[in-house]
Design a protein around this ligand. Structure first.
Ligand SMILES: Nc1ncnc2c1ncn2[C@@H]1O[C@H](COP(=O)(O)OP(=O)(O)OP(=O)(O)O)[C@@H](O)[C@H]1O
Ligand code: NI
Length: 319
């Protein structure tokens, strides 16, 4: 077994709130990311995806408490000091593809100057090589050279995304972290963006793609992790998940069946408040399969954290 690029073990993040309460944003997340693999982390708004990403980047706010570990090589991202994270991790070992590229780019500077600055900072490239290097960096993300002297507000959503991707690729980081890279894009642009990201994954580069867009995840992911109320409730092979036998966890199955191109039936009810999670399985209150066993939190075994996973899945060979 090869050493994973990223190994997350029992990662929990909770926020201390005024008045003594807590928000349990991420609870006991455990997963590995293999070299060249794309893992899609999916789940509804507010389930803890971005908090998990912030934890991996050392960008949690002051009121956050973490537990567990997240090993990137021999660096534990949860305990590394800010200096290490800023100087050796962000950009260099983890490339960040942002949620809102237009907002992530500096508004008062052209794409060329932002690429050049990042090349200088991360790769030590100096004039006169800077100009050619910036053009090569743009080309890598299919950003047209003719638009390099534009300011972010002069770019379409698709081009802003490519500019942000070009920036994320500069450090040759072995791990790309993309948090909702397709939010706000039209469907055909979503597909193009996802396909372009996919070109950068493989061999020496892995990707953790955070999205609530299951169709985007299906296009690109090798494996899927489904989060519900802060926990990973299913972790499985993408082909099995989107095809046959389908998701094992009733929540994951409901999420897929809610898609317009599938059954278009939403899961009844709402997720619990992360400040007041129930004792047992957090999905039990919405689950047609729940019984008294669900008063205890189910462990993530056989790919799904559920006392009553879909049987057809259990009987089929799992990846
Ligand atoms: N600084 C904070 N203090 C308290 N609670 C927070 C803080 N940051 C995030 N949360 C809470 O953590 C939970 C998880 O938020 P998160 O942003 O990770 O969701 P998400 O899955 O990324 O959703 P979306 O799809 O909308 O981006 C939310 O309930 C959010 O309100
Ligand atoms: Ni988010």
């Amino acid at each position: 077994m090869t050493v994973p690029v990223l190994s997350v073990q029992g990662l929990s993040v909770r926020f201390r709130m005024r008045g003594g309460g807590h928000v349990a944003a991420v609870t006991d997340a455990t997963f590995d990311l293999a070299a060249g693999e794309c893992l899609a982390l999916v789940g509804e708004s507010g389930c803890g995806k971005s908090v998990l990403a912030s934890a991996l980047l050392g960008l949690l706010p002051q009121n956050a408490e973490t537990a567990g570990s997240a090993l990137l090589g021999d660096t534990d991202l949860l305990t590394a000091d800010e200096r290490t994270l800023a100087r050796t991790v962000r950009g260099r070992r983890v490339g960040l593809v942002p949620q809102s590229p237009a907002a992530h780019l500096t508004p008062v500077r052209t794409v060329r100057s932002q690429l050049e600055e990042t090349l200088r900072e991360l790769m030590g490239v100096r004039r006169p090589r800077l100009r050619t290097a910036a053009e090569a960096a743009a080309e890598r993300a299919a950003f047209p050279a003719g638009h390099l002297d534009r300011y972010p507000h002069e770019l379409s959503g698709g081009l802003a995304q490519r500019a942000a991707t070009a920036l994320a690729l500069i450090g040759d980081a072995p791990l790309l972290l993309a948090d909702e890279p397709t939010t706000g894009l039209d469907r055909d642009l979503v597909e193009r963006t996802v396909d372009e990201l996919k070109r950068h994954v493989g061999d020496d580069r892995s990707m953790l793609l955070i999205t609530h867009d299951l169709a985007a995840a299906e296009r690109i992911a090798d494996r899927v992790a489904v989060m519900y109320a802060g926990r990973v409730v299913e972790l499985t092979d993408a082909e099995a998940f989107f095809g046959t036998p389908g998701p094992a966890h009733p929540y994951a199955r409901g999420l897929l069946n809610a898609l317009p191109e599938r059954e278009f039936t939403p899961i009844p009810g709402m997720p619990p408040e992360l400040s007041a999670l129930p004792e047992g399985c957090a999905f039990a209150a919405r689950c047609g399969r729940a019984d008294e066993a669900c008063a205890v939190v189910p462990a993530l075994t056989g790919g799904a954290a559920c006392h009553h996973p879909h049987v057809d899945v259990l009987e089929a060979p799992r990846a």
